[in-house]
Design a protein around this ligand. Structure first.
Ligand code: FAD
Length: 416
């Protein structure tokens, strides 16, 4: 296989970015290089398999690049250029051309119409075979040596079976591998320290934990005292809070939360569109118009009655009090409880549908027009190995598809 006049191009890592990169490379450089895809485990695409709860949230139904980049707490500036070359629309077309139809859910997340990640895996495996990519499974790369005197064999990879592969260039798509980040550091790259992103919040003894499963559609959550608010649906869990608003906050505050060892004060506005004074005015008008109504019987959209009654008891207002009997202090307390609740976070829990690492190869050390290292020419990067991560919703895979496509363009140029 290697005894061929064409140079080798090695893709290290058989995950989302590695497979997509190898396939994009095959379209461009098959006539001038052998593409070798090395994956350390026997089964490739492990994360794709479990992604999106086994359904694989491939991308997001969001095509406006200015809006799209806002979904990346780290890397939005750099991805702006990259998305002009390959964005969710291109992902949909790429899969469509290979007979994989994607569908969008109401919240914009896109899945294969089969609702099964095997559809994506089977597509990648059959395309890899069709394109005659040399897929080496159970073949981890142990280290990389540079051979600067040769363009065609510039990189020497030492692999698991004690042999070597020489290649003209490499695409590193190893995800969040500490070992690989250590090699890259020894080769001169800087690694932004990895910390988890996309997790739920543990709030021991939260005053809402006896309402697990109840959610509100548009809450605003932030780190107190001065964090930037994130909005979206909020879900009460047995152990604290989850839902898109919390996952977004976990992503945008990933570094701050890691530094505080996941102990922080969290502010929640359960009815994101209203401020405390607006809600207070609403309640005082309600009191004027419905003096004899019991406060516990009010229905306040969009809250389920059990949740509204919990707001009342947390504001120390008896449910059987008539509105006329409530004081301004009580209504103010209730408005605060709903719009400015304070909670003590103490720890995090895993969100099973998606998880990602923030941190990785410093973006300033990569030329995003080609995804090539500015430090080691001929070394390209794609996916989670880079210090880029998105919020939940298909944005992390989109990063893998986009950066690996740009890397394939860069490698094509490098070889000519
Ligand atoms: C439970 C879970 C669910 C998720 N669901 C979604 C989702 O639905 N939508 C979404 O957008 N994102 C999702 N994500 C995030 C997404 O999976 C990642 O962002 C994406 O997989 C990153 O792709 P990657 O190719 O860069 O890294 P990976 O998928 O991690 O692939 C890296 C590969 O490199 C291999 N490797 C590492 N070191 C070596 C070595 N030395 N030699 C050879 N091979 C090596 C690894 O074995 C691995 O197969 C989810 C993540 C998790 C954990």
């Amino acid at each position: 296989m290697m005894k061929n006049l064409k140079p080798n191009v090695c893709v290290i890592g058989g995950g989302a970015a590695g497979f997509f990169g190898a396939l994009q490379l095959a379209e461009k450089i098959k006539s001038k290089a052998n593409i070798v895809l090395l994956e350390k485990s026997k089964e490739p695409l492990g994360k794709v398999k479990i992604s999106g709860g086994g359904r694989c949230n491939v991308t997001h139904n969001l095509f406006d690049i200015e809006e799209l980049i806002k979904k990346y707490p780290r890397g939005s500036k750099e991805l702006k250029y990259a998305f002009q070359k390959f964005q969710p629309k291109d992902t949909i077309t790429w899969f469509q051309k290979r007979n994989v139809a994607l569908k969008a859910e109401e919240d914009g997340r896109m899945f294969p119409t089969t609702d099964s990640s095997s559809t994506i895996i089977n597509c990648f495996l059959s395309e890899t075979q069709k394109q005659e990519i040399n897929l080496l499974l159970g073949t981890g790369v142990r280290s990389i040596f540079l051979n600067p005197d040769s363009k065609e064999e510039r990189f020497v990879l030492s692999i698991d079976n004690d042999t070597e592969i020489k290649c003209a260039c490499i695409l590193i798509a190893t995800g969040s591998s500490k070992k690989v980040w250590n090699w890259l550091t020894s080769l001169g790259h800087t690694i932004e320290p990895p910390v988890p992103s996309l997790f739920t919040f543990s709030i021991p003894n939260s005053r809402y934990s006896n309402l697990p499963g109840i959610s509100v559609p548009k809450a605003e959550v932030r780190l107190l005292p001065k964090g930037k608010p994130q909005s979206g649906p909020l879900l009460i869990t047995h152990w604290g809070f989850s839902g898109p608003a919390i996952l977004k906050l976990s992503a945008f505050e990933a570094k701050n939360l890691a530094e505080s060892d996941y102990k922080a004060k969290i502010g929640i506005n359960w009815i994101g569109d209203f401020q405390t004074n607006e809600l207070f005015s609403y309640f005082t008008n309600l009191r004027k118009d419905n003096p004899s109504k019991l406060i516990g019987s009010i229905s306040l959209h969009p809250f389920p009655s059990r949740l509204f009654q919990m707001f009342l008891s947390n504001a120390n207002i008896p449910l059987d009090k008539r509105l006329a009997e409530t004081s301004n202090d009580e209504l103010s307390q209730l408005s605060k409880e709903i719009t400015a609740g304070e909670f003590d976070m103490d720890g995090k829990s895993t969100f099973k549908d998606e998880f990602v690492t923030c941190g990785g190869v410093k973006r300033k050390e990569i030329n995003f027009e080609k995804m090539e290292s500015k430090i080691i020419p001929g070394m390209f990067f794609a996916g989670e190995v880079i210090d880029i991560d998105g919020i939940t919703g298909g944005f992390n895979f989109q990063n893998a598809w986009t950066t690996s496509t740009i890397a394939s363009i860069g490698i094509d140029k490098y070889l000519t």
